[in-house]
Ligand binder design. Structure first.
Ligand code: GDP
Length: 594
């Protein structure tokens, strides 16, 4: 079946390049909003918090019609990827609008999403926006876009993208860089119809809908959203939900919805290429396939990254609470948190023994932080604990979550960023160009090592650095970084100790041996140690290029702390404990000196 009456597209744009304005314009011009009172409202990105932080948190869908074709538009998260959301969203579409400010050019923040889109075989349509502005330099920017595509290994079809010159603000698009003074977005609509493939599939084959997003509606409850890959589904028909564990559950969606503009519209039936919202499937989750109960054809499940960080959230019981907030009871808090869990897949909410306190687990500080900030703005007053990493304890011993960290950094900040990561025990796995003047760094780091990193990174790179991380797996727990027990020994590579490390060192009674010294792995810490009374272990190896070969062999007492040469350090040698160091963890033979 060829669905020439449908196009499914994603929209990719750096914050402020005009995505919202463009989608608004498309909605208006497609005649969706005949009621002029609805025209004023900005529609796509209603979440001002996202705007402020420059990220889009949850994908929102909209749909327009043009020349009898339904164009489904899904938004992609612009920056942070929580739990593989980007890939899931991209699995629903065949094309993407890449909106680029014709003055600023492509920004590294969109690179991550764009790369995934190109990898997924999606066909791009490039929109150079803000052409009405004085500084527009479309030729150069187009050149940059092309370079970016080549760099990201776009295929020939993808490189053959159409270019639209646009003023989203004026609602004009043109294939000619000399923008007409009057006009509309028709050339853009036409380009979408012409260049983005329509869905194709077998409408008679067993039903396959991969659930890619969840939503919640107060009236109908949980909503599952996905694209129909094959088959047909009518209202009232029985389906099977193929769960991750292979279990098949016979059930029946109570309602099927599509979209018109921003509104949900009820549908009688859906088939190949439709993006459908199903109500009434209470046990369905992301990655499940809705399929034919008699001929089940489950798709490979998509995995959602696991929560790695947890905090406790409780009702604010301070005497000053309840004065400004709107939602101050534990029931409010409970309802809000559990509602969030319905659509925020990488998030987990649990009750605790204390009825006023809930455990919230997510994909990192930003993920949880955004939710808390959103709730504060809504008027929730909460007390929040410090984040903790979620450890696992299978029979082999304590395991901790590791993350793969992707950083795009202007070249001049690479050294500074490496220094930030040294004491956090990150292992670099790749380094390369990420565009002109930009370096892409890839590390494996424990989720613990990542705590507090984002803000340090943003400061260090003056806001020009971009960071993403994906769940990597579990590894043996390497011992605490943040809460070093007294008597712990910590080693770091020399040459990477920084003021960060030293500041923290003093706070925690930990000394890192600084750069430029021939002491290769320096460490910590006596009982009640203060910077004036530290015990240090040193290893004798001359060149520690890798934590793996840094074996601390001697202990010394150092009063007051200062940087010292190996020979000097060895004069202080006192303890004879050995410390074993591997790239990602530090294990102690014996934790206490003395
Ligand atoms: P988003 O963050 O990508 O959704 O960007 P917005 O649509 O919110 O646009 C960011 C800012 O750029 C707003 O102030 C818009 O009014 C402005 N803007 C968007 N498109 C255009 C355009 O084509 N021309 C001009 N001059 N300004 C634009």
């Amino acid at each position: 079946m060829e669905r020439k009456d449908i196009r499914n597209i994603a929209i990719i744009a750096h914050v402020d390049h005009g995505k919202t304005t463009l989608v608004d314009g498309m909605l208006k011009q497609s005649g969706m909003f005949r009621d002029p009172s609805q025209l004023g409202e900005r529609v796509m990105d209603s979440n001002d918090l996202e705007r402020e932080r420059g990220i889009t948190i949850l994908a929102k869908n909209t749909a327009i019609t043009y020349k009898d074709v339904l164009i489904n538009i899904v938004d992609t998260p612009g920056h942070a990827d929580f739990g593989g959301e980007v890939e899931r969203i991209l699995s629903m579409v065949d094309g993407a609008l890449l909106v680029v400010d014709a003055n600023e050019g492509p920004m590294p923040q969109t690179r991550y999403v764009l790369q995934k889109a190109l990898k997924a075989g999606i066909r791009p349509v490039v929109v150079l926006n803000k052409m009405d502005r004085e500084g527009a330099r479309p030729e150069e920017v187009l050149e940059q876009v092309l370079e970016l595509f080549i760099d990201l290994e776009a295929n020939d079809e993808q490189l053959d993208f159409p270019v639209l010159y646009a003023s989203a603000k004026q609602g004009i698009a043109s294939t000619n860089p000399r923008l007409p003074l009057e006009g509309n977005l028709e050339p853009l609509f036409d380009a979408i119809l012409e260049h983005i493939p329509y869905p194709v599939g077998d409408a008679e084959a067993p039903l396959q809908i991969l659930v890619t997003t969840l939503d919640h509606d107060d009236y109908v409850g949980r909503l599952a959203i996905g694209r129909v890959r094959q088959g047909t589904l009518k209202t009232g028909q029985t389906v099977a939900v193929a769960h991750h564990d292979g279990e098949l559950e016979r059930t029946r969606p109570s309602k099927l919805f599509g979209r018109m503009g921003l509104k949900r519209t009820e549908l009688e039936s859906v088939t190949v290429g439709d993006i459908v919202t199903l109500a009434g499937l209470s046990s369905v989750t992301i990655g499940d396939t809705i399929t034919d109960p008699d001929n089940p054809a489950p798709l490979p499940p998509i995995t959602v990254d696991e929560p790695t960080l947890t905090i406790l959230v409780g009702v604010n019981t301070s005497p000053f609470a309840g004065q400004e907030g709107t939602y101050v009871t534990s029931r409010h808090l409970r309802d809000r948190l559990f509602r969030e869990q319905e659509r925020n897949v990488a998030l987990r909410v649990e009750e605790t023994e204390d009825a006023e306190v809930f455990r919230v687990s997510g994909r990192g500080e930003l993920h949880i932080g955004i939710l808390l900030e959103e709730m504060r703005r809504e008027g929730y007053e909460m007390e929040v604990s410090k984040p903790e990493v979620i450890l696992r304890e299978p029979p082999e011993g304590l395991m901790e979550p590791m993350e793969r960290l992707f950083l795009d950094v202007p070249d001049e900040y690479v050294g500074a960023v490496m220094e930030l990561l040294g004491p956090r025990r990150a292992t670099m796995v790749a380094m390369g160009q990420a565009g002109p003047g930009q370096t892409r760094l890839e590390f494996v780091i424990s989720a613990r090592g990542l705590l507090g990193f984002r803000s340090a990174f943003i400061n260090q790179t003056r806001g020009y650095g971009i960071m993403n991380h994906l769940f990597e797996g579990y590894e043996p727990y390497g011992g605490p970084i943040d809460e070093l027990p007294r008597g712990a020994l910590v080693a770091i590579e020399t040459g990477v100790a920084t003021s960060y490390a030293l500041d923290n060192a003093q706070e925690r009674g930990v000394l890192f041996i600084g750069p430029g010294t021939p002491v290769y792995a320096g460490m910590v810490v006596g009982e009640n140690s203060r910077p004036t009374d530290l015990e240090i272990n040193v290893c004798k190896k001359k060149h520690v290029t890798n934590m793996r070969n840094a074996n601390a062999e001697e202990g010394i007492r150092l009063t007051p702390p200062r940087l010292l040469t190996l020979d000097q350090a060895l004069e202080y040698v006192k303890a004879d404990e050995l410390v074993e160091i591997t790239p990602k963890n530090v294990r102690l033979r014996k934790a206490t000196l003395d």
